[in-house]
Design a protein around this ligand. Structure first.
Ligand SMILES: Nc1ncnc2c1ncn2[C@@H]1O[C@H](COP(=O)(O)OP(=O)(O)O)[C@@H](O)[C@H]1O
Ligand SMILES: O=P(O)(O)OC[C@H]1O[C@](O)(COP(=O)(O)O)[C@@H](O)[C@@H]1O
Ligand SMILES: [Mg+2]
Length: 316
């Protein structure tokens, strides 16, 4: 069978690993594998490249995605989706592996509904996809954040300051939550765990009274203007505060061992699913076992709030 593979939405460390596994295992299982450049952009342009074993050499340790990625608003339009299907048909490609996040999954479902055999792999640092404990790239981004937090703690302690650290995650607080636990943050603000500015300032005022040398506040993006809030804390709590937005550094870097294993397992599993004539599904990992659910189910459900939230306050 001819199978195409693409990466879409925000890049995530581990995307290359999943491509490598799907290509090498897919070829061993007798398939022809094609790469599509720049996600859905390449699909509507017909920008395909045949991939072989050798082309996958050396990419296991590379961050980003060698196939490039894109966000393409127009792909919500049926006209462009039909063009994509036409281009796949022209090449005789029956199967498509989409590595991306929740947005990409919507495009993938549209293609599935138009008759393409689609399997999706959760590739996003945000960990915001239903039906999987972890998305590909989450742990590498988390490691990057924790390493930055350790550095920020050094200078916070030296200056006896409060450090506010804004991390990515869009509408999902998992990066902030796991970072808060791993990096020893005192306070955590996420979309699922909102705290009022007054409560945060009251806690920091109390910490200052207890003579704590520093404090770390981790905040998911879009929750507040962290620079303005740092000024407000400094004025109201006597805890001099500074803010850092970690930004795109969180999306880059060599995938962690955990993401390499996850990407390899998921990439190979996608091929196994095609061989079992299963498509229209999203791959996930639950309790360390590979699983799959219909893409529509994954899109229409929200992950339950993480039970680890309690732990942050218990140990702060
Ligand atoms: N409702 C939709 N229908 C079809 N395609 C969509 C839809 N929503 C998003 N997409 C496609 O998926 C791309 C990536 O989505 P986005 O939300 O930006 O990233 P991610 O997939 O990483 O969550 C979009 O730019 C668009 O091309
Ligand atoms: O690259 P952009 O378009 O600025 O997007 C930033 C967003 O992408 C992410 O890094 C990853 O999100 P997606 O995986 O959904 O694309 C989010 O954490 C962040 O909000
Ligand atoms: Mg997303």
């Amino acid at each position: 069978m001819k199978i195409a593979i693409l990466t879409s939405g925000g890049d995530a460390p581990g995307m290359n690993v999943a491509i490598r596994a799907a290509v090498r295992y897919g070829i061993k299982k007798g398939h022809e594998i094609y790469g599509v450049y720049s996600g859905y952009v390449g699909l509507i342009k017909g920008d395909f490249v045949k991939l072989d074993h050798k082309r996958m050499s050396g990419i296991i340790s590379m961050g980003g995605t060698f196939l490039k990625t894109a966000r393409l608003e127009e792909f919500k339009d049926a006209k462009f989706q039909e063009k994509a299907v036409e281009n796949l048909k022209k090449k005789g490609i029956e199967g498509l592996i989409v590595i991306g996040g929740d947005g990409s999954y919507r495009g993938a479902l549209a293609l599935h509904n138009l008759g393409v055999k689609v399997v999706t792999i959760p590739g996003t640092i945000d960990n915001d996809i239903y039906g999987t404990d972890y998305t590909l790239g989450f742990h590498t981004a988390l490691d990057t954040i924790v390493s930055a937090m350790d550095k920020l703690r050094d200078t916070s302690v030296s200056h006896q300051r409060c450090s506010i650290i804004e991390v990515m995650g869009r509408n999902c607080g998992d990066l902030a939550l796991y970072a808060a636990i791993s990096g020893g943050a005192e306070i955590l603000v996420t979309p699922e765990h909102k705290l009022s500015k007054e409560d945060i300032i009251a806690s920091l005022t109390q910490y200052k009274k207890e003579d704590r040398t520093h404090a770390i506040v981790v905040v998911t993006e879009h929750q507040m203007d962290v620079f303005e809030f740092a000024k407000e804390i400094t004025e109201k709590s006597k805890f001099t505060s500074v803010a850092t937005i970690l930004g795109y550094v969180q999306r880059g870097g060599s995938p962690s061992a955990q993401d390499r294993i996850l990407g390899t397992r998921m990439g190979a599993y996608a091929i196994d699913l095609f061989d079992q004539k299963i498509s229209g599904v999203a791959i996930g990992i639950e309790n360390d076992r590979l699983v799959y659910l219909p893409i529509g189910v994954v899109i229409n459900n929200k992950r339950p709030v993480n039970p680890l939230y309690k732990l942050v306050t218990e140990v702060s």
